[in-house]
Ligand binder design. Sequence first.
Ligand code: CU
Length: 144
Amino acid sequence: MARTLMALLVALLAVGLTACFDGDPEATPADQVAAEDRPDDEGDGEAADDGELADTATFVAIDNEFTEFPEEVSAGAVEFTLVNEGMADHNVIITEPTEIEVVGTIAGGETATNVVELEPGTYEYVCDIPGHAATMNGTLEVTE
Ligand SMILES: [Cu+2]
């Protein structure tokens, strides 16, 4: 008798659950498409709110060199941060193959962030404050 009751309960539960999943009136086909189109979490621990960024990279400038700089980033929207730990103004400007402002000029002690859309390729950059490019320059590889 107990077994029969148990079987009956399980059967009722199964019917109830099925009914719940079948009868979701709020999930329109458009909602389902939107859910599938969400960018994948790449497993890098970043939250989904920056999902549209291809990469992030940081430059640290002192007078007059970059003490920290990316050598390679992924193509797409890249969020660059420039930390100016020097006294003088500094910036990061791509000069080749075309001029692109990566992070505009900031004063000593400041930090700025800028998002730049980059195609795959090899880019040359400098700090273009007069006299700085001789020691503040480098190459950035942008990969597929
Ligand atoms: Cu500089």
